[in-house]
Design a protein around this ligand. Structure first.
Ligand code: GDP
Ligand code: GDP
Length: 455
């Protein structure tokens, strides 16, 4: 490496940065209008507003990547939520519960100017039960005169309140230092479910595609409910289901079975629930209603799973209702609308008739195998060498960037770092990804390719 212009530390650093495993998850919870979205914007270092003025705006995006003091983590924003028919306490609780469930640590935001309300107290009780580390953010402390308001929040019993102005950035550094203390290096849910533990599946898809029906079909009478937290009244969320002689853990099934009846904000709940399930899972089985046109909402769910870096299986449900014409148009739609996951194994099922249920497990196993694939460095570089020789990068400005070598920095999903003599264009990166897939498979998994350029 050194003689090629990269020093060894640079190479090792790049490999380590690219090879990180799953990131720990931080949830930001609290009542409406306390400043959660403003704080999330601050944490992810973005100016453009996540903060919405219009009530009832659907926000699909709920998780973001962030970095503080060189550590990376994910942030779950629960700010896109609307008070609903259940009343403020119930809906704040439901919202917080989903987020807390998926999180490794929580920032609880309170409006210090208002002080602790009954709703805040209710969230504190939830946080206690969940037992996750909590950092208390006393927000809207825009100047020193607000410090006393922050100190009053010691009464919540969550330890030190961090006085913060999410709006101006005041105090957010100290609070984030504390967040890093609270966050584990790697997520609690180590992939693989521990040695010999069941693999974790998230069954996701927009409302009415048949998730609940499918779960009932595959579970039959075999269902075992797990993860009942002792001493709580919470719904059990995960279920162990035996399929094809193997026990799988379907995560967050409570969200599938017990539909929260909501008027406003229901879409947002669905997104939050989906994000939470995806965070906890290794493989996402994305259910799509084959009888209807593939929608933007379907695509967003696919994007969520891809961005989370999960193994992916596409299951087209309600196959029993399809006629020849619909089957024809569905194939065209899949090509145009789901091109981003053309690599995902696909099954055409019917939760009603049980059609092709037996194909689900092999598809899941294929996707997990792709997700865990590791290509030895020698083989990868032999492949890259041939590829670059046969199809060099186009010449730009009189120069021809060249890929010198590469390595796989991590798995779950596969992550590659390529070292190059100049900027590698997006088109050429896509070409490399395509060829990698042709050569090594990677069925059912996103792959990440980052490129380091020699200075
Ligand atoms: P969310 O509903 O909890 O996500 O709250 P938002 O982030 O949407 O903020 C609600 C309102 O509080 C907005 O008008 C923000 O501009 C305002 N706000 C948020 N943080 C601060 C702060 O630190 N100081 C002040 N003065 N206002 C803030
Ligand atoms: P969920 O909201 O994704 O959990 O969807 P449900 O399982 O509640 O199903 C929504 C509707 O679709 C119900 O009326 C189901 O009976 C129906 N449904 C689910 N799977 C199938 C299927 O394979 N074929 C047909 N014809 N209907 C289905």
């Amino acid at each position: 490496a050194a003689e090629e212009g990269f020093d060894i530390e640079e190479v090792e650093g790049a490999i380590e940065a690219a090879g990180h495993g799953p990131l720990p998850v931080l949830a930001v919870v609290g009542r409406p209008n306390v400043g959660k979205s403003t704080l999330v914007n601050r944490i992810i270092g973005r100016r453009e507003a996540v903060v919405e003025d219009k009530p009832g705006v659907t926000r699909d995006r709920v998780t973001y990547e962030a970095e503080w003091a060189g550590r990376r983590f994910k942030v779950v924003d629960t700010g896109g939520w609307e008070q609903d028919v259940l009343g403020i306490d119930a809906s704040v609780a439901a919202q917080a519960e989903y987020a807390i469930e998926a999180a490794d640590a929580v920032v609880f935001v309170v409006d210090a100017k208002v002080g602790a309300t009954d709703t805040d107290e209710a969230v504190v009780r939830l946080l206690r039960k969940a037992g996750k580390p909590v950092v208390l953010c006393a927000n809207k402390v825009d100047g020193p005169s607000g410090e006393a308001d922050a100190a009053a929040l010691w009464s919540l019993g969550l330890g030190e309140p961090y006085p913060v102005s999410a709006l101006h950035g005041r105090g957010t550094g100290d609070m984030l230092d504390q967040v890093l203390e609270a966050l584990p290096e790697a997520p609690e849910q180590t992939f693989g479910g521990g040695v010999g533990g069941p693999r974790r599946i998230a069954l996701i898809g927009r409302p009415n595609v048949g998730k609940s029906s499918l779960l009932n079909k595959v579970a039959g009478e075999e269902r075992v409910v797990v993860n009942e937290l002792a001493g709580t009244t919470r719904d059990p969320v995960d279920e162990l289901i035996e399929l094809g002689g193997v026990t799988w853990k379907f995560v967050d099934t409570a969200g599938i079975r017990k539909r929260v009846h909501l008027q406003q904000g229901a879409d947002y709940y669905a997104s939050l629930r989906t994000a939470a399930a995806v965070e906890k899972a290794e493989v996402a089985v994305i259910l799509i209603d084959a009888s209807e046109s593939i929608s933007v909402q379907d695509q967003r769910i696919v994007t969520m799973a891809v961005e989370a870096g999960r193994a992916i299986v596409l299951a087209f449900n309600k196959w029993d209702t399809l006629d020849e014409e619909r089957r024809y148009y569905l194939e065209r739609e899949i090509e145009t609308e789901l091109g981003q996951v053309a690599w995902a194994p696909r099954v055409n099922v019917s939760a009603r008739t049980g059609r092709h249920m037996e194909k689900l497990v092999p598809a899941i196993e294929t996707a997990l195998a792709g997700w865990e694939t590791r290509i030895p460095t020698g083989r990868l570089n032999a492949f890259l060498g041939e590829l670059v020789a046969a199809h060099p990068h186009p010449i730009r400005g009189g120069k021809q960037p060249r890929i010198l070598f590469g390595t796989q920095a991590g798995t779950k999903p596969p992550r590659f770092v390529l070292f190059a003599t100049g900027f590698i264009e997006a088109g050429y990166r896509r070409f490399i990804e395509r060829r990698l897939r042709e050569e090594f498979g990677f069925e059912g998994t996103p792959i990440h390719i980052s490129v380091r350029v020699r200075e």
